[in-house]
Design a protein around this ligand. Structure first.
Ligand SMILES: Nc1ncnc2c1ncn2[C@@H]1O[C@H](COP(=O)(O)OP(=O)(O)O)[C@@H](O)[C@H]1O
Ligand SMILES: [Mg+2]
Length: 395
């Protein structure tokens, strides 16, 4: 679940690698590019004026090709790398400008990192690895052990607590890495391509696992990936990077439907849109008939005005309870009958707004528009078969 409280706010972040960042910074501010700055000064522009806000409880994916600056960006968030310029607010505290002592506290309590190669200590047991961050925080042994076991339970590995990491498969080792980050109760997780080293099938399992955990834990996660499929699958928002810049920030649906430029278009060209787009992105807002409130005459007029063949009926709570077709409604008006309950068809197709289009194709067998409802089951509008086909590019 996300809300709109900023948890991480990055403003005008610049990172220049090398001995002479000031000269390079000046060139950058004068309009220099990564290439021209490198040529003139030998300094590498790692991050080029990036501003990003990640809200509390959000899973934000930073996506881009190798060398685009993803790791640099995420490592600035816990100051494994010191920014050259700019601000990084975690809960409104500018960690770009706190001292090393305070930064250590933040790393131990607020921000945890999960690395691509797991980063497990090979001679420590699984449980000891998970306890590591807690030990650093000076938490006593019994408490550590307890927390470690309960966190291993969360990732489904409690029976492996006393084994060495080498006894575990890659996927399981990465779960240990995840458990270690979760055990500290950090509110922010930084994950730098955590699943890239895993086989494709295991990787998919881990993505599902992460989504499942996130539903329970509501962490604020910055997840790095060079894989657009992974990004679209797990990201609430995705920031696409290129040459140290952020090219576009958007939801998966926004990237697919409104790519900012050819760079983004190239990424998404082979994406199965039906798997990414949801009913909410193409829902048509129509005014339903409210049972025991609206007149049949008014309803018919509305159908005619909007050229609709069907009209949904909602109850007093806003929930769809039936659907009327035009001939039936016409007949009712002629007979001056307001008995909608008897006239409407109560078996109709219905989906949540979050349903992806791929799972809607089979709902059109009755030839009815599908009713879309929000999380509370309230009517949000309709999706016609032609809307689905048009949105995935098949007319
Ligand atoms: N320690 C470093 N010194 C000099 N250049 C670096 C250093 N680390 C990264 N870079 C350069 O910064 C750019 C961004 O790197 P990085 O953030 O690792 O990208 P990504 O994670 O997207 O692959 C690359 O051009 C890389 O070569
Ligand atoms: Mg990287």
């Amino acid at each position: 679940m996300t809300n709109s409280t900023p948890k991480i706010r990055i403003e005008h972040l610049i990172k220049i690698y090398g001995e002479k960042p000031r000269t390079a910074l000046k060139l950058f501010r004068e309009g220099g590019t990564r290439d021209s700055i490198l040529q003139a000064t030998g300094q590498v522009l790692g991050i080029a004026d990036v501003s990003v806000t990640v809200n509390k409880g959000e899973l934000f994916v930073v996506m881009g090709l190798s060398g685009s600056g993803k790791s640099t960006l995420v490592r600035c968030i816990n100051r494994l790398i010191n920014p050259t310029s700019g601000n990084i607010y975690l809960d409104e505290e500018d960690i770009a400008h706190v001292d090393e002592q305070r930064m250590r506290e933040i790393r131990l309590s607020k921000v945890s990192m999960v690395f691509q190669r797991f980063g497990l200590l090979p001679h420590k047991t699984v449980a000891e690895n998970v306890e590591y961050g807690l030990k650093m925080r000076g938490i006593d042994k019994a408490k550590r052990r307890q927390k470690s076991l309960s966190t291993l339970e969360v990732v489904g590995l409690s029976q492996w607590a006393d084994y060495l990491p080498s006894s575990l498969s890659g996927g399981m080792q990465q779960r240990v890495g995840l458990a270690r980050a979760l055990a500290t109760d950090a509110e922010i997780l930084l994950m730098d391509e955590p699943f890239s080293a895993l086989d494709p099938l295991i990787r998919r399992d881990m993505q599902d696992e992460l989504l499942r955990l996130q539903k329970q834990l509501h962490k604020t996660i910055v997840f790095i990936s060079h894989d657009i499929h992974e990004a679209l699958k797990i990201g609430d928002h995705i920031g696409v990077m290129k040459d140290g810049y952020i090219v576009q920030i958007g939801t998966p649906e926004e990237l697919i439907t409104q790519p900012a430029d050819d760079y983004i278009r190239a990424f998404i060209q082979d994406i199965n849109r039906a798997q990414v787009l949801t009913a909410s992105s193409i829902v048509r807002q129509t005014t339903p008939l409210v049972l025991s409130q609206d007149s049949t005459e008014g309803a018919l007029a509305q159908m005619v005005d909007n050229n609709l063949q069907h009209l949904y009926v909602i109850d007093q709570y806003g929930k769809p309870v039936g659907i009327l077709n035009k001939p039936t409604l016409k007949a009712a008006v002629q007979q001056q009958s307001d008995d909608i309950t008897n006239l409407m068809q109560t078996d109709f197709p219905k989906v949540k707004a979050s349903t992806c289009l791929e799972n809607m194709f089979h709902l059109y067998q009755q030839g009815l528009p599908v009713a879309v409802v929000d999380e509370e089951g309230k009517f949000a509008g309709i999706v016609e078969h032609s809307d689905v086909l048009a949105s995935i590019g098949k007319y």
